[in-house]
Ligand binder design. Structure first.
Ligand code: AMP
Ligand code: ZN
Ligand code: FE
Ligand code: FE
Length: 287
């Protein structure tokens, strides 16, 4: 069983349409894939249909923008009800913050002599529900300023970079509660990646488990070195929560994140979705 629980489609900042992403997952030999677009559920229906047709297991997910101690952190939600009013309202607020940030980023770029219009960014976003820095990066590529997304982030868009502008995100503890209220499982995405490591030391993760019932953490991820992965596996075991592994695939938008390049063990998958020790139904189509 090969299981990948973190991928993005063009509904946020991936490059494949949801159905194409599922087809690519099947072609890559995955047995189960989750779609976890940033701050939106909009790709799930299309992806679920494609998964049914192709006979691949599908987990409906979402990656929520959160904040802890002022730092940007990401929370993976699995099986949450897209119609839950409080969660839907919060995601709408986050998406508004995404859209509102584009103008100020373009102003900063202009001040640096890099001229780009909102229309150029929107052309790259192609109607995505969640507009993000990668779309600005794509517009910079299309305009010939940089060779790829990575160069755009390195030069201007990275956290703290010369054209970086903060945006609204939900306090992490509240995000976990909202996901649970909507019937979902809450898993910290890449907790020890550069931008979130200092905000999420072991004692903070321990408190999130004790006080908010955090369900798991993503241990195997490209942004974690071997040492961080081992420490996170040990921490999850100590806390009795699930350790996952996933590619965080973005189509051609991120190198080294091929589908299935990091995976979740079948045992972890069963624990997360209602195997031993949980009465809840797995939010998953039969494989
Ligand atoms: P935003 O959601 O607008 O805050 O932008 C952050 C997103 O940009 C992350 O979730 C990644 O998908 C993407 N990203 C961050 N760093 C890079 C990079 N160096 N190259 C390509 N994409 C990146
Ligand atoms: Zn992304
Ligand atoms: Fe993320
Ligand atoms: Fe992601």
């Amino acid at each position: 069983m090969r299981i990948d629980l973190h991928t993005h489609s063009a509904v946020s900042d991936g490059t494949d349409a949801p159905a194409d992403l599922i087809a690519a997952a099947a072609a890559a030999g995955l047995d189960v894939v989750a779609l976890t677009d940033h701050d939106t559920f909009d790709g799930l229906a299309e992806a679920a249909g494609a998964a049914r047709r192709l006979g691949i297991g599908f987990v409906p997910g979402m990656e929520m923008s959160a904040r802890r101690d002022g730092a940007s952190v990401h929370l993976l939600a699995y099986g949450a009800d897209p119609a839950h009013p409080a969660l839907a309202a919060e995601l709408a607020r986050i998406r508004s913050g995404r859209a509102d940030r584009v103008g100020p980023v373009l102003e900063r770029l202009a001040a640096l002599g890099v001229r780009l219009t909102r229309e150029q960014v929107e052309a790259q976003a192609g109607g995505a529900s969640a507009i993000g820095r990668p779309h600005i990066a794509d517009a910079l590529v299309a305009a010939g300023y940089v060779a790829d997304r990575t160069e755009a982030f390195d030069r201007w868009l990275r956290d703290g970079g010369p054209a970086h502008v903060d945006r609204y995100a939900t306090e992490l503890a509240r995000a976990i509660d909202l996901v649970h209220d909507a019937g979902g499982r809450a898993v910290l995405a890449h907790p020890w990646a550069r931008e979130s490591r200092t905000a999420l030391p072991p004692e903070v993760i321990t408190a999130l488990v004790a006080e908010h019932g955090l369900d798991g953490l993503e241990a195997d991820h490209h942004d974690h070195d071997e040492e961080a992965r081992a420490e996170l596996h040990a921490l999850a075991a100590r806390l009795g929560i699930v350790a996952t592994g996933s590619s965080d695939h973005h189509g051609t938008g991120k190198i080294d994140h091929d589908l299935g390049s990091c995976t979740t063990s079948p045992a972890a998958y069963r624990r997360l979705f209602g195997g031993e020790g949980s009465a809840a139904e797995a939010p998953v189509q039969p494989v």
